[in-house]
Design a protein. Structure first.
Length: 54
């Protein structure tokens, strides 16, 4: 019974956790535009250059 209570409390804490809001801004990428291949990761089936936008 004690394990059930502890498990239930841990599950509740885990599922009720929320991430803080954050905002990403860039001078190179405008709102609504798609990333160019120069900003795409090169690996896991993706082909890009991995240039970090400013």
């Amino acid at each position: 019974m004690k394990k059930l209570i502890v498990s239930s409390v841990l599950a509740f804490i885990t599922f009720s956790a929320q991430a803080a809001a954050f905002q990403v801004t860039s001078n190179e990428i405008k709102t609504g535009e798609q990333l160019t291949t120069s900003h795409v990761f090169s690996g896991f089936g993706c082909e890009g250059v991995i240039h970090r936008p400013h």
